[in-house]
Design a protein around this ligand. Sequence first.
Ligand code: NAP
Ligand code: PAF
Length: 302
Amino acid sequence: MPRHLDHWTLLGCGALGGVLAGLLAEAGNQVSLLRTNDAEVRLPLQLSWWDLQGHEHHFEPDFLQTKDAANIRLLLVTTKAYQVQSALEPLIGQLPSATPILLLHNGMGTESWVRRAFPDNPLLLMVTSNGALRLGSEAFRHTGAGETWIGPANAAARAWQPLAELLARALPHAGWSEAIHHKQWEKLVINAVINPLTALSGERNGSLLQRQDEVEALCEELLPLLQRHGLSGDLTFWRDKVLQVARLTADNYSSMQQDLACGRPSEIDFITGFVLREAQEAKLHLPLHQQLYQAIKAKETP
Ligand code: NAP
Ligand code: PAF
């Protein structure tokens, strides 16, 4: 039976990590924040966050560095997908092999590297539709409720199912999924349609309700790939799923829109890029997604 379930170390305290750290601390967990790069940290760390009701909370997590890796019992990685490798690299050979690694980011494609770098660690994947905003380096806002799924990416991770219950005490609608790759693919479809379209137009997610033909065409291209990965659902199912998220988040700018607007790198290589790599392996041609990929790459600050 795994121990230390209530001591979480978070690698990546941005919008989502900051809010999750706050929610976990509020639910009685011990929370440490880890930095594996040289970015400056002002100590003692005092984080503020606002919950969905607008209530302000404060807490003081411990601060860890790479040299403290041997004491990490549970590692939740909440960096952007393109930061996962550089953030985890310094921990190779330092992190105890019994320590579970939980990966939480949009997009897919980091898992294979993590498996190779940490072959013995339990590896878990997380998917969430919660929303979070970073108000400053130490201030965060929980902006939207959603579902969170956690599931095993290797056999050693199966013993860690109790984590789902623990998470559910910190944030509502959290559950265990043996089919976590399906959950990742579902989110990937949503991100592969909404994010590049809105990042290119600079408009809010709700604008896609007026572009339903484009949404449908992008979903249609994905169907054979989804079937290959064991996801059922016809064109109507996937189009309606994407449009439902566009409707529910109509007033929001997608993360890719925000990344490009702020001159930050986007997660396109782990969203559309991942889709295209999978398609190539399956000898499938996805010209519309290919065009979106190239257009985003052209717009991304080098
Ligand atoms: P973010 O605000 O950019 O947070 C990422 C954090 O990781 C940053 O604070 C960054 O620090 C930190 N980081 C990078 N390398 C690090 C290292 N070596 N050591 C310690 N910290 C490191 O991004 P986010 O919005 O939280 O998103 C994180 C992931 O969750 C993304 O994949 C996103 O798509 C996904 N997601 C986000 C939301 C949301 O509402 N925000 C919802 C669902 C999913 P620096 O700023 O110093 O580089
Ligand atoms: O990346 C994002 O912005 C979000 O995952 C989503 C669901 C597209 C809503 O904006």
